[in-house]
Ligand binder design. Structure first.
Ligand SMILES: [Zn+2]
Length: 397
């Protein structure tokens, strides 16, 4: 058997312009030859390939693998009969109530997590980054339960697990459990609000970077700090990134405080974030906390999106569709042109789609998404349906 031939798919090769106005993209129709989970070659429809299994792509637009870059497998309430979020005065009260609530639920961890994964897979995502709570009260339990569920999804999704000290690295004395989690299969060091939660910027961030260096792991830290707390925190993160040589390995999730910087401060900080490969991940909040994501992109900072809370103890909302978040991003930041909407897809794929020969290249993993849309811009703006998703040559959706 000579692998698979996914026939009749379209790839965008450039922009079409009429009288100076970009009104659509140009596309080519190709077949994808898939062998051993990788792209062997893009074939012309007339090329012969005897013996390959034929799959009809029905003229779908081929876009890269969709990525969910910020979710919480362990916090899902999906499958739990409707229950609103409880009131909480602050984040500490919120996570204490959350822990008590989750521990008492009759629905199992596995079923709630599977409902979350299935919801997102149903929308075409095949790559997940999930934070998993690590603190002395829960120990390694949530991590182990998440790993057991992930074993059932082998071949259906890629994943990364972030050891996340939700209750405060210092506040909950989570350092030893964080070490264990990184020994036990978590591959990214998480963190949360070193100033407002841990009350000690230097020690909290210092320990976060110590863990990262010890385990040669990237960092993805939730920073909700605002104003001066954010200014201080970002400067410290920059300094530690440079001191540890951790360029291209540090992500800040949420980063609300970047909106509090004045234009001069932004002009100074954002290029430094870009130069040090510090990534920003946003859940595109609607409550006026959203950082200036387009200014960051324009300064060369990598920005990605995540659904984050989807019916959990933090939010009753969320449809689990990363394309809803991207659509919201485009609307908030008025990315309305054919080109802007096309480039926006990078926020959930990390792979530009416009390429004169087609973005999909030989030797790439055969992980991609088939969409019923004339162009990427239409997919993003109109939230056109995902028809199929493939992970390393196997159909998932
Ligand atoms: Zn989160």
């Amino acid at each position: 058997m000579l692998g698979k031939r996914l026939k009749n798919i379209r790839l965008e090769t450039g922009y079409h312009t009429t009288n100076g106005f970009t009104d659509r993209t140009e596309t080519i129709t190709r077949d994808v030859w898939i062998l051993a989970g990788k792209v062997q070659k893009l074939l012309d429809p007339a090329d012969s390939l005897p013996g390959a299994e034929i799959i009809d792509g029905q003229g779908a637009l081929l876009v890269p693998q969709l990525r969910e870059m910020h979710c919480h497998f362990d916090k899902s309430k999906l499958g739990v009969p409707w229950y609103p979020i409880e009131t909480a005065e602050n984040i500490t009260e919120r996570f204490n109530k959350e822990f008590a609530y989750l521990e008492k639920l009759p629905q199992s961890f596995a079923s709630r997590m599977k409902n979350l994964i299935d919801l997102e897979l149903g929308h075409g995502v095949t790559s997940f980054r999930s934070h998993i709570d690590i603190h002395p009260k829960v120990g390694q339990r949530y991590l182990e339960q998440a790993q057991a569920v992930l074993a059932d999804y082998q071949g259906k999704l890629d994943y990364e697990l972030v050891a996340f000290p939700q209750h405060g690295l210092l506040l909950s004395k989570a350092y030893a459990e964080m070490k264990k989690a990184l020994q036990n299969g978590a591959t990214i060091v998480g963190g949360v609000d070193p100033l407002s939660l841990d009350q000690d910027l230097d020690r909290s961030l210092g320990q976060t970077f110590d863990l990262a260096v010890e385990f040669d792991a990237p960092i993805d830290i939730h920073i909700h700090e605002r104003g001066d707390a954010a200014r201080e925190t970002f400067q410290k993160i920059l300094a530690l990134t440079q001191a540890a040589g951790w360029q291209n390995k540090v992500t800040v999730s949420h980063a609300y405080g970047l909106r509090d910087l004045d234009p001069g401060e932004r002009a100074e900080l954002f290029p430094q974030l870009a130069a040090n490969g510090i990534t920003i991940i946003s859940s595109v909040p609607l409550d006026f906390h959203i950082p200036p994501l387009m200014e960051l992109r324009d300064a060369g900072v990598n920005v990605f999106l995540g659904c984050d809370n989807i019916y959990d103890c933090w939010s009753p909302f969320g449809d689990g569709d990363i394309m809803t978040k991207l659509n919201r991003f485009a609307e908030i930041f008025q990315q309305t042109s054919q080109i802007d909407l096309t480039e926006a897809l990078d926020l959930v794929t990390d792979t530009p789609v416009i390429d004169p020969e087609g973005w999909l290249k030989p030797e790439m993993p055969a992980s991609f998404t088939l969409v019923d849309a004339s162009s990427t811009a239409e997919f993003v703006a109109r939230q056109k349906p995902v028809q199929a998703s493939y992970l390393r040559g196997q159909r998932v959706l």
